[in-house]
Design a protein around this ligand. Structure first.
Ligand code: NZQ
Ligand code: ZN
Length: 381
């Protein structure tokens, strides 16, 4: 399909690269550093950022939670307005980066800033955003998207002006992640590739083979990242794969299907399931429900990524879904609702919420309706 592609984020990759921020942020900017619950204080990242900002005027805002909450972010908006910051530096995982992107556009928005998410409103202004990423997973460090929660609603907005100007990717700072967060990151990145790849055969060979390369990398390195947590080469591969998985490259000019993410966001919004775990629960079920529409691509995935070279068309689809489930299990993430103790009540609630959020007509064909969503959730049981 036709496309225009640009990714303007400057990446500073590698150990010690946090120091780059001193020259990449203009000295006349008043910088607000935004971060989460304190992991950056414990692992030395905060000190490195403070050292790099020694010649800047800067302040800080902490307490952005996982799945960043609107009310918290509005406190940051108030601080920016009151103290006149004009550059935002996010230091943390996807939640901190996403939250900072929202602050960027909310500062100049008159009226209820939630409308940027709930009604697709555009703000007249956007403050510059850059980031130091501490958790490889979301791709938020170099994309234009952001996901913010308010109560049970978890909504997305996209705006090219919030794409980070630069992102520091130092794999060493990921050494302090818990095994659970490492696994979550690998799985989230994996599913990002899948949602841009697993549609129908469209003969976009570059996008397909980049995607397969990323999937192979994550399958190879993910389990090693858990088994040998100090292996810096593995951490580096995982970090770069996660960025490449959702920076616009593999998705340019190809159909996409974000059904798994949309259902997953409801599971997180209502039940606090970690983002990646909501995806590992739903993806096998989505593939099963859509095995007819996605059949050719599932077989290609089986052959090129999981090494499944024999069997009938249907057998190959079954074997590929089984191989995916096996990979998720190796990564120690759940693959059914039962594993996270959810049943019929949850299915009913998620379905109602999907309807409320207008999630009709998802998939690469725009044809997944309420009945099929119900089928997917049943299959995920
Ligand atoms: O808050 P702190 O103390 O920093 O702790 C965090 C948090 O508790 C911790 N952590 C991060 N880096 C660490 C660390 N702990 C030790 N060492 C480090 N180096 O990890 C916990 C989880 O962090 P979080 O930022 O929530 O994780 P993640 O990066 O997975 O982000 C998830 C959020 O991103 C959204 C998700 O929906 C979710 O809200 N997504 C954003 C996307 C985008 N903007 O393009 C796409 C994704 O599909 C996703 O929806
Ligand atoms: Zn995701």
């Amino acid at each position: 399909m036709k496309f225009s592609f640009e990714n303007s984020t400057r990446i500073h990759f590698g150990e010690g690269q946090i120091s780059q921020i001193s020259k990449d942020i203009p000295k006349d900017k008043k910088v607000l550093v935004l971060y989460g619950g304190g992991s950056i204080k414990a692992n030395g990242v905060y000190d490195q950022v403070a050292a790099a900002l020694a010649e800047h005027q800067w302040g800080e805002f902490s307490g952005i939670e996982a799945n960043p909450q609107y009310d918290t972010l509005m406190q940051a908006v108030e601080k920016v307005r009151a103290e006149g910051f004009d550059y935002l530096l996010a230091v943390g995982g996807g939640s901190v980066v996403d939250g900072t992107k929202f602050v960027s556009v909310a500062v100049g928005y008159e009226g209820e800033a939630w409308d940027i998410l709930a009604k697709g409103k555009t703000s007249p202004t956007a403050l510059p955003v850059s980031c130091v990423l501490t958790l490889p997973a979301t791709g938020s460090e170099s994309n234009a998207g952001s996901v913010v929660s308010r109560g049970n609603s978890k909504l997305f907005f996209g705006d090219p002006r919030v794409r980070p100007i630069f992102a520091v990717l130092d794999p060493k700072v990921t050494l302090s992640l818990s095994p659970r967060q490492v696994a979550n990151g690998v799985v989230d990145a994996f599913v990002h590739v899948m949602e841009q790849y697993l549609t129908f055969d469209h003969n976009a060979k570059v996008q397909d083979r980049f995607s397969e390369g990323l999937l192979l990398t994550l399958i190879e390195e993910g389990p090693i990242a858990l088994a040998n947590p100090d292996d810096m080469a593995v951490r580096s591969n995982v970090m770069w794969a996660a960025t490449m998985a959702l920076n616009g490259l593999i998705g340019a000019g190809v159909p996409q299907d974000w059904t798994t993410h949309m259902i997953g966001h409801e599971l997180t919004g209502h039940y606090g399931i970690d983002h990646a775990r909501s995806l590992s629960i739903m993806l096998p079920a989505v593939m099963q429900a859509r095995r007819k529409q996605k059949g050719a691509k599932i077989v290609q995935l089986g052959q090129r990524v999981f090494g499944i070279h024999s069997g009938s068309h249907d057998e190959r689809i079954d074997a590929t879904i089984a191989a995916l489930v096996e990979f998720f299990q190796l990564m120690q993430v759940p693959t059914s609702l039962t594993e996270v103790e959810l049943g019929s009540d949850a299915i009913a609630k998620v379905l109602a919420s999907l309807a409320e959020h207008g999630r009709q007509g998802m998939s690469e064909h725009g044809d997944v309706g309420q009945d099929e969503l119900a089928q997917m959730l049943e299959l995920a049981r």
